[in-house]
Design a protein around this ligand. Structure first.
Ligand SMILES: Nc1nc2c(ncn2[C@@H]2O[C@H](COP(=O)(O)OP(=O)(O)OP(=O)(O)O)[C@@H](O)[C@H]2O)c(=O)[nH]1
Ligand SMILES: [Mg+2]
Length: 361
């Protein structure tokens, strides 16, 4: 039996088994198996190095444009960057990853136009697996939905199956392997899952001896995510496009399917300013001002970085010599305990900070 068939069989068994305290254990094992089979599919597709899409990350952040064929992904890329990605009125116009750069408020944002995703992509339909691996590496996912033909479930399901948890967060728990003693479950809150079910799922993942610490209510899916450890949690924005084409009824339908979406029509320019703003906000950029050693601060042109950036990353963004010759940094602003605090490479900067890197001569 092929992997795809086994996946289909397990999906079928899960959906036909009623979930309750008695079946929890069994369903848990099935879900763990399913997750592992899906990972095998992805692993098989990676093949020899050089196959797949070799996209180099560039700029201050990377945004993946995701959607069904023909929703208008390439049209959007062309309208917010200088890229010229082919567009056409038929599906699968784009077969490669086409990068473009969106320059906005001192940030250089790499936008990736991707081939359309279709149902079954996570199992390898189209070039689904390769496209999904590019999406996994993105800092933000732009989910494009055609307002004149709204359908969003297909894509969201494919992303979910590929281990992408849009706007999600890591489950609050940990697995510490031990050398003996079997599996011990330590939970800080009362769990709806039976201990035996939790252990059964863990065993599916080859856990024999371990302390499993759960710091929130877990369900089977969260538990599998915790054990798999390979999930990614990118932020996302939903975008309704072609709103110039959509009838009143279609638009109403689209809005119901995708509440809070940004509405655009790239050929008329409608909504593009709002979209650029939203991308910038969602990427959580901050500004850091640099004060070159022994000179006055540059308050004109800040360095734009993502929230959570460390002094190491700032050094890298400036010039490779900074890291090699680094002695310490001085920081003024919200991340400093007092003005001019001396910090090391691991220090995390805050919006509006003034930073001076002190190097060996
Ligand atoms: N009226 C209108 N037409 C649009 C809009 N966006 C895209 N189109 C048209 O829709 C068709 C498909 O657009 P593409 O940008 O090629 O779509 P895609 O998502 O890149 O398609 P694939 O690469 O095949 O997955 C083209 O004929 C575009 O001109 C829009 O906002 N309004
Ligand atoms: Mg395209």
């Amino acid at each position: 039996m092929s992997l795809t068939d086994r996946i289909a069989e397990i999906e079928e068994e899960i959906s036909s088994t009623k979930y309750n305290k008695v079946t929890q254990h069994h369903i848990g094992k099935l879900k763990a198996k399913l997750a592992q089979l899906r990972e095998q599919v992805v692993a098989q597709s990676s093949g020899p190095k050089g196959s797949g899409y070799g996209v180099r990350k560039a700029g201050d952040a990377t945004v993946a444009i995701v959607g069904l064929p023909s929703v208008g992904k390439s049209t959007l890329l062309n309208s917010v960057t200088a890229a010229e990605s082919e567009t056409a009125a038929y599906a699968f116009t784009t077969l490669d990853v086409i990068p473009g750069v969106l320059q906005y408020r001192q940030a250089r944002i790499q936008m990736l136009d991707l081939p359309g995703l279709i149902a079954g992509a996570a199992r390898g339909a189209g070039r689904g697996r390769e496209v999904l691996s590019v999406i996994r590496a993105a800092d933000l996912v732009l989910h494009l939905v055609d307002a004149s033909e709204p359908a969003s479930r297909v894509i969201l399901q494919e992303l979910e199956d590929a281990g992408l948890r849009l706007d999600g967060r890591r489950p609050n728990g940990a697995i510490a392997r031990t050398s003996r003693g079997g599996i011990e479950i330590i939970s800080t809150v009362s769990q709806e899952l039976e201990e035996e079910a939790i252990k059964a799922v863990a065993r599916e993942y080859g856990v024999v001896n371990a302390q499993i610490v759960l710091r929130e209510q877990f369900n089977l899916d969260l538990l599998v995510d915790l054990l798999a450890g390979t999930r990614v949690y990118p932020p996302s924005l939903t975008v309704l496009t072609k709103i110039d084409l959509a009838s009143k009824t279609q638009l109403a339908q689209a809005r119901e399917l995708c509440p809070n979406a940004i509405e655009i029509a790239p050929p008329t320019g409608q909504g593009l300013d709002a979209l650029r703003d939203a991308i910038y906000e969602r990427l959580d950029f901050i500004s850091v001002f640099m004060k070159p050693q022994g000179q006055s601060a540059d308050l004109e042109e800040p360095l734009v970085v993502r929230r959570g950036t460390t002094v190491t990353e700032i050094c890298n963004a400036l010039h490779r010599d900074f890291l090699r010759k680094f002695r310490y940094a001085l920081v003024w602003g919200d991340s400093a305990k007092f003005p001019g605090q001396t910090v090391g490479l691991a220090h995390v900067v805050a919006d509006g900070d003034l930073v001076s890197i002190i190097t060996h001569r």
